[in-house]
Ligand binder design. Structure first.
Ligand code: HEM
Length: 441
């Protein structure tokens, strides 16, 4: 099928436009533009034979996100009609997790998460980000070339979040191994099992020996989550705190390194990092199509009939670029939908943004002549409807030696926390188990 036929909606897919495959991954905005002929909602396929409605109008997206009664999150009725080997089932199936709960159950889980997250000290969080950023940059700064996605954007949020969770490095490594397999669709069931088992061990550990960390605060919360609930919420947090964060960092770095609007300022010495982050959140949000809901009866949305028990997906990327709502001046304008809206709106936007800006600023500061090692047009994007994720982001730069920070005892300044400690110890020589595994050595 030609790209045009693809973008227009193929008869082979019942007139529904596929949101999967290499064509969609390479040029999603072209597909969204073609879908606008349907009006506020377009018929799409999330995987072969999995129909869904994609909300592509900004104002219709807000209507859906703000109406959790008409658009509940519970996928159970839908999944009864889906074959067990459906490739998107593992990501969409019901779990007792905050983002997939409705009503009082949602309020209880969200309160536990939001209260526990609010106990994370912002200074300690920033220090953790800066320390891990510096260790990662030191690990590749002498090489003159690096895949910024694999060796920087992917690792940083995981290292930071494992510290925040109070995760020992052996458990942290297994969480990462499992999550990566799950996200990249490699032996999904086994990967999910590895991650959930590691999270269960973390919960057992912190129940026995509570500490000053997010896991212990969730356990101690007055909502009194069961072990199963704790495991689900922590798995959700790991997924949300790492996967979209990595993509925000990588996508904003790509923009800064490839788009003249930003590159011009870069060479002039001023780094418009916040503007680049805003631009990515508007035009290329990490969660491109998400916030799935399942109306329990047929619903009329702006004149479009949405069938009961069929997924309604918010097209964040399409809604943000809706010509009816488009803003000509996006810098500093935060009215995009990249964090969601309504009762399920991301509770951690400030932290997520801070992590991305520190990561981007520090690496551009440390390696100021960094440039893409291949033209932006040749970079590949991972397939799948939900994430806007690069396969790799290879860059080159003048190699430099960055000495480790000294400590009073003459030792290299410590990187507190399990995984980060292991990484710091190993990075300048050979990598630790996590980093070796991640790099595929
Ligand atoms: C760039 C990074 C991030 C992006 C783009 C992002 C985006 C989003 C979006 C769009 C939603 C709404 C989902 C829905 O309506 O179904 C959401 C929900 C959520 N996010 Fe984030 N997020 C990011 C980082 C984080 C981080 C760092 C955390 C926690 C540490 C986090 C925790 C959550 C949680 C718990 C929810 C579910 C809230 C609920 O259902 O009430 N997110 N996020």
């Amino acid at each position: 099928m030609s790209s045009d036929a693809f973008a227009a909606g193929c008869p082979a897919h019942g007139g529904r436009t596929p949101l999967y495959g290499p064509d969609f991954a390479a040029r999603p905005q072209r597909v969204y533009e073609a879908l606008r002929r349907y009006g506020p909602v377009a018929p799409v396929e999330l995987a072969p034979g999995v129909p869904a409605s994609l909300v592509i109008s900004y104002s219709a997206a807000l209507d859906v996100l703000r109406d959790p009664v008409t658009f509940p999150k519970d996928a159970r009725r839908w999944q009864q009609g889906v074959p067990p080997d459906c490739p998107v089932l593992p990501f969409m199936m019901y779990r007792p997790a905050c983002n997939l709960s409705d009503g009082a159950a949602h309020v209880r889980l969200r309160t536990a998460i939001a209260d526990s997250l609010s106990r994370v000290d912002s200074t300690i969080l920033r220090e953790s980000v800066e320390r891990n950023v510096e260790a990662l940059i030191r690990g590749f700064s002498e090489k003159g070339t690096v895949d910024l996605r694999a060796e920087y954007a992917l690792l940083l949020p995981i290292l930071v979040f494992n510290e925040i969770l109070g995760c020992p490095s052996d458990i942290g490594t297994r969480i990462v191994v499992g999550m990566r397999g799950f996200v990249e669709n490699v032996d999904t069931a086994n990967s999910n099992q590895i991650m959930m088992k590691a999270v269960a061990e973390l919960v057992a550990l912190k129940r026995a020996r509570p500490d000053q960390d997010l896991t212990s605060w969730l356990i101690a919360h007055p909502a009194q989550l069961t072990d199963e609930e704790l495991i689900e919420q922590i798995a959700l947090l790991v997924g949300l705190a790492t996967e979209p964060e990595q993509n925000l960092i990588a996508n904003a770095l790509l923009l800064l390194l490839s788009d003249d609007r930003f590159a011009g300022d870069l060479s002039g010495g001023s780094l418009p990092v916040e503007d680049a982050i805003d631009e990515v959140l508007w035009a290329d949000p990490p969660l491109a199509n998400w916030a799935v809901s399942y109306p329990t009866q047929d619903v009329d949305l702006r004149g479009v009939r949405l069938p009961a028990d069929q997924p309604v997906v918010i097209g964040f990327a399409a809604a943000n670029t809706d010509p009816a709502a488009a803003s000509t001046n996006r810098a500093g304008n935060r009215a995009h939908l990249a964090w969601g809206a309504g009762p399920h709106k991301c509770p951690s936007q400030g932290e997520a943004r801070m992590i991305a800006s520190v990561a981007i600023e520090k690496v551009l500061d440390a390696l100021p002549d960094m440039e893409l090692a291949v033209p932006a047009s040749r970079l590949e994007w991972r397939p799948g409807f939900a994430q806007r994720a690069l396969v790799s982001l290879p860059v080159r730069f003048s190699p430099i030696h960055i000495p480790p920070p000294p400590t009073p005892g003459g030792q290299e300044m410590g990187l507190a926390g399990g995984l980060a400690t292991a990484l710091r110890n190993a990075a300048p020589r050979r990598s630790n188990a996590l980093v070796r595994w991640w790099r595929g050595d």
